[in-house]
Design a protein around this ligand. Structure first.
Ligand SMILES: O=P(O)(O)OC[C@H]1O[C@H](O[C@H]2O[C@H](CO)[C@@H](O)[C@H](O)[C@H]2O)[C@H](O)[C@@H](O)[C@@H]1O
Length: 364
């Protein structure tokens, strides 16, 4: 039987190597991935195949491997032995719901939700990643009882347009653009919250966006999404044989911008400032803004599906407070405690949370 962690570790090694172009430079990565106790071996040079270190074509192969690994397709690991072992380590948040709720007793639950792949299903066209009306209703109800934030790689305005709930906090651009609720309708929100730690990068991001639009011309299916403080180069609709070419073009542009770094999400290359800010920092900022910076009476729950959500899971582990929940059908190395299979399970979890809160209120 293959160890699921070993499988994912090798994959992540390839990603690490590809992104650094063969140099083990952890500063190019989000600190949580580079320093994760689970990933301690990921960045050891000994683990990298020689062919990847040779440069030229070999490097290109590593890039393509990394890009393939960024959103593994469904296979036997969805229901095989690997999956069972992984589920023991990361049980379903629905299966252990009562356990989670007993940890929540007498505490303020704060909910953090990623958007793509968590509240909306992954689709080919990023402009059409709509949220189901029932999901919106579930999030709306959750926000009546618990401070709730959407934490997304998308630009804040765009993710707001998808979610359309003014009573929530929104952290767009992977947490680099945070704003409090614009309406006080349901929750005790702090409307004055505003945090934009990468503001000075705005002109650079606009410039690189323009350059990338030109550079990727001719690669069928490739697109660049301007997420304000970061950019997404999508390759979900690009033929695999062209992935290496696309990666080379993006890397070529970034050579002139040492203050930008490259990370990967689900079939997407993400370009972002090298500042030490990520979704983990964003949730720390939000907890502080809500008055729970040093509180023991808070239970943050973060639900997300992607690599960038690991930064938030890591923060919760470090605080020893609350839980990360990874949305995934396949085993992945993660700092999340629990798992959910897909957005429909996220919705059910949120609905149960509301039902639990209402029952607690009735009994008091
Ligand atoms: O942090 P998130 O809210 O999960 O945002 C991460 C990226 O999500 C979007 O891309 C992903 O979803 C698309 C729609 O389902 C899909 O086509 C794409 O392949 C995925 O990577 C979004 O378009 C990106 O800008 C976000 O950075």
């Amino acid at each position: 039987m293959t160890n699921p962690n070993a499988v994912i570790s090798d994959t992540q090694s390839a990603i690490a190597m590809a992104i650094t172009g063969g140099v083990n430079n952890s500063s190019l990565f989000s600190p949580s991935i580079a320093n994760s106790p689970y990933n301690i071996n990921l960045f050891s040079r000994n683990k990298f195949p020689k062919s990847i270190e040779n440069g030229g074509m070999a490097k290109n192969v590593a890039w393509v491997d990394a890009m393939r690994a960024s959103s593994p397709t469904r296979n036997h690991s969805e229901d095989g032995e690997e999956k069972k072992g992984w589920m023991v380590k990361h049980p379903s948040a629905l299966g252990v719901f009562e356990e989670i709720m007993s940890a929540a007793k007498m505490k303020q639950v704060v909910i953090f939700l990623d958007y793509d792949g968590t509240l909306s299903p992954i689709v080919e066209n990023p402009e059409q990643a709509y949220m189901a009306p029932e999901m919106r209703e579930a999030v709306k109800n959750v926000a009546k009882y618990f401070p709730t934030a959407i934490v997304s790689g998308r630009c804040r305005a765009k993710v707001y347009n998808f979610v359309r709930l003014s009573e929530l906090y929104y952290a767009g651009s992977h947490g680099m653009d945070i704003k409090g609720p614009s309406s006080r309708k349901h929750q005790k929100g702090n409307q004055n919250v505003l945090c934009q730690p990468a503001k000075e990068f705005l002109p650079m991001m606009t410039e690189v966006h323009e350059i990338l639009l030109e550079k990727i011309k001719g690669i069928d299916g490739a697109s660049v999404e301007n997420n304000k403080f970061c950019l997404s180069v999508h390759f979900r609709c690009v033929e695999e044989e062209n992935w290496g070419d696309l990666a080379d073009r993006v890397k070529g542009v970034l050579k002139d911008y040492p203050k930008l770094r490259l990370t990967q999400g689900r079939k997407v290359l993400e370009i972002r400032p090298t500042i030490k800010w990520d979704k983990g920092k964003a949730i720390e900022f939000l907890l502080e803004s809500l008055g729970y910076g040093n509180s023991k009476d808070v239970l943050p729950i973060y639900i997300g599906d992607d690599r960038t959500d690991e930064d938030a899971f890591k923060v919760l582990r470090k605080r020893g407070q609350g839980f990360g929940i990874l949305v995934s059908k396949i085993p992945k190395e993660t700092q999340a405690v629990y798992s959910l299979q897909e957005p429909s399970e996220v919705m059910y979890f949120l609905q149960r949370l509301v039902a639990w809160k209402r029952a607690v209120a009735r009994n008091h």
